[in-house]
Design a protein around this ligand. Structure first.
Ligand code: NAI
Length: 244
């Protein structure tokens, strides 16, 4: 059995670093033609140097997202896989969250994922497609200091299920991964505080944080023909954290 991702066209959002970067590199390693979404010239140049085909894309701009998808479809005939990875977090008590921060979380994590999926569906409603969203275990369980982040990731989980059902007849598979604690810039704040890091690690059955590579594998699996009969699934990748 093979992944069968050779020559597939793939768009990964938020691919300049962290989980998205490893997802893009893993698709390229599997022979796919990957487009790596990024937002700065520095990231663009860096991704170009790594042969990861950069494309400027801020997911909070619905017209830009639709434009990027349309241009890939025009160029290659189709976009085989969309990976909605871009996301932002916050580490703030609910009582102190400012409206700008709430908007930033919702615009990126919730609307950014929805408008990406909508644009992809509109571009390929006749031929179908494969969507893999990067949700979070915090879309499934609660934790302090992450109220709106948890809300947006819960929304990603539910949009994944709802659109898997709504678009199944159009040949779309829509799945998500739900990572646990992964070693990226997003978890830097937590890693800087020894007491918090120790408590988190003690609570993870495999006793380590995940790496971006730990997430890339399951994303490729969901995007591959090995997962042809899977849709509406939330694949938890958390070292056993939420199995307890
Ligand atoms: P990161 O902070 O290293 O990377 C986030 C990426 O998203 C960056 O490339 C950033 O430029 C991009 N991004 C942010 N806003 C964007 C926008 N408006 N448009 C386009 N790109 C944008 O974080 P990490 O950890 O790699 O996160 C990737 C995804 O994984 C996020 O959706 C995050 O919520 C999710 N996740 C991360 C976990 C972790 O422990 N690191 C756990 C569970 C989920």
């Amino acid at each position: 059995m093979q992944l069968e991702l050779e020559n597939k066209t793939v768009l990964v959002t938020g691919a300049s670093r962290g989980i998205g970067r490893d997802i893009a590199a893993a698709f390229a390693g599997a022979g796919a033609l990957v487009y790596s979404g990024c937002r700065s010239k520095e990231s663009f140049d860096e991704l170009a140097a790594a042969n990861l085909n950069p494309v400027m894309l801020d997911v909070t701009s619905q017209p830009d997202f639709a434009g990027v998808i349309q241009s890939i479809v025009q160029k290659h005939g189709r976009l085989d896989v969309l990976v909605n990875n871009a996301g932002v977090a916050s580490n703030t008590p609910a009582s102190s969250l400012k409206p700008e921060e709430v908007d930033r979380l919702i615009d990126t994590n919730f609307k950014g994922v929805f408008y990406g999926m909508q644009a992809y569906y509109k571009a390929q409603r006749k031929s179908g497609g494969i969507i893999v969203n990067v949700a979070s275990i915090l879309g499934l369980v609660g934790t302090p200091l992450a109220s709106v982040y948890c809300g947006t990731k819960g929304a990603v989980v539910q949009m994944t299920r709802a659109l898997a059902v709504e678009w199944a007849n159009s040949g779309f598979r829509v799945n998500a991964v739900a990572p646990g604690f992964i070693d990226t810039d997003m978890t830097e704040v937590m890693k800087k505080r020894d007491s918090i890091l120790t408590a988190v690690l003690n609570n993870i059955p495999v006793k380590r944080m995940g790496t971006p590579r730990d997430i890339a594998g399951p994303v490729l699996f969901l995007a591959s023909s090995l997962a042809d009969y899977m849709t509406g699934h939330i694949l938890v990748v958390d070292g056993g954290l939420t199995a307890q």
